[in-house]
Design a protein around this ligand. Structure first.
Ligand code: APR
Ligand code: PHB
Length: 389
């Protein structure tokens, strides 16, 4: 087999890259370890920056999102029961779209199927070869048969635990990491959300988030210790804890019901540098992880692959390697700003085991500053709705 670009991973990064390249007439094969149903069954975040929305439109995969997604003008922060709304539209004229990652994945898969581009699911033992030369190869197994694909480029879009980053020689890679001492326990419930917009809550007992997937489906989270077991959390315990962490008006308005999904996600900040090794490029979670507090994971994956698709297009159209030579530095400068924002939101909204009374006062001062200063609120709005691609 031969193709121009082998994409490893059919998450949002791989599928969107495939779509953007397909639109430019560049041939791709996506290799995905899991089945299509498994990929579609993963529940993940659901806030799209304005730039991501525009990119999905540009990719020709935005129709269902425009019909079903919810445009949000702002978010609310609640600090020890004091609630404040940040109106992004008024502050900076930008908004976000609430539309689940599962839906984005679904739309991109359908667009790819319609275009006839090839995706191989349940590809086993994917391995990368010769990406330090001009003729890289990718090998994999499928149904007991070994295959090899020759290509011009490999795009590692295979997430944090993927094979791509692991294939790079250790001494060629630098990594930066912070692991937080807590996770998010999340539930999905088929009941209307408590509020029209997201509520991010700080409380002495820990962080909480009221989010949604649609007007009839809600997503809620509470901060729990990193080693917590999901079995320890009945629905009743979850609702009790959530009510205690939000303001009393929100607590009273909560419409509860049986959870249809319940899981714990750890929080981590991680960046690998650089993101290019000869003919191999890393994008999305394979390259970096953010804690979910700023809702940046999916959006960063989108801005990475926008840049990568542009660089590869330039390579084929203009026989120029300027774009691919600058890919790593260009992407990393935006990545680090999103890392900073996600870390900052995580720091002010969570309780940390080591935080003393001084630290709590500083967190409160951050909240009061955001509420009282338009400059501070605009900075929040600019970062939350997304820095320029
Ligand atoms: N071979 C083939 N596929 C692989 C391999 C492998 N060795 N390892 C992992 N994969 C696949 C995974 O099964 C997954 O479908 O790569 C895909 C990576 O997808 P994601 O983890 O969704 O990562 P990405 O596409 O970068 O999307 C980033 O997704 O994880 C969230 O919070 C993250 O919202 C962010 C977004
Ligand atoms: C979600 O709805 O899952 C969600 C929303 C906002 C976040 C994180 C997760 O910051």
């Amino acid at each position: 087999m031969r193709t121009q670009v082998v994409i490893i991973g059919a998450g949002p990064a791989g599928l969107l890259l495939g779509r953007l390249l397909d639109n430019q007439g560049i041939d791709t094969i996506i290799l995905e370890r899991r089945s299509q149903d498994y990929v579609l069954g993963r529940i993940r975040a659901g806030v799209l920056e304005q730039g991501t929305v525009e990119l999905l439109d540009k990719a020709g995969a935005g129709e269902r999102m425009r019909a079903k997604g919810l445009v949000h003008d702002g978010v609310e922060f609640c600090f020890d029961g004091d609630r404040h709304r940040f109106n992004f539209r008024e502050l900076i004229g930008r908004t976000v779209m609430v539309y689940g990652q599962t839906e984005v994945t679904h739309d991109l898969m359908n667009a790819r199927d319609a275009s006839g581009a090839k995706t191989i699911y349940e590809a086993e033992g994917v391995s990368l070869h010769g990406f330090d030369s001009d003729s890289p190869k990718v090998r994999f197994g499928k149904g007991g048969v070994e295959h090899e694909i020759a290509c011009d480029f490999i795009a590692g879009c295979d997430g944090y635990h993927g094979v791509s980053r692991a294939s790079v020689p250790q001494d060629a890679l630098r990594t930066y990491e912070r692991v937080y001492p807590f996770g998010w326990l999340g539930i999905l419930v088929d009941k209307p959300p408590v509020s029209d917009e997201l509520i991010y809550a700080h409380h002495q007992r820990g962080f909480a988030l009221c989010s949604m997937r649609s007007p009839t489906r809600s997503r809620y989270y509470v901060q729990v210790p990193a080693d917590e077991k999901v079995e320890a959390w009945s629905d009743a315990r979850f609702w009790d804890e959530l009510r205690r962490r939000v303001d009393s008006e929100t607590a009273e308005k909560l419409i509860i019901g049986p959870s249809i999904e319940k899981s714990i996600a750890p929080l981590r900040s991680f960046v690998a540098e650089p993101l290019r090794f000869g003919r191999l490029f890393l994008a999305g979670d394979a390259a970096h992880i953010v804690p979910p507090t700023g809702a940046k994971g999916l959006n960063l994956a989108a801005s990475d692959v926008d840049c990568l698709a542009e660089a590869m297009t330039e390579f084929y159209r203009e026989r120029s390697s300027v774009g691919i030579d600058h890919y790593s530095a260009r992407v990393l400068s935006r990545v680090w700003k999103a890392e900073r924002f996600s870390w900052w939101m995580t720091s002010i909204l969570h309780t940390f085991p080591e935080t003393d009374t001084f630290g709590r006062r500083i967190q409160r001062a951050e909240f009061d500053y955001l509420v009282g200063s338009e400059a501070a609120a605009r900075s929040l709005a600019e970062n939350y709705t997304g820095l320029p691609f």
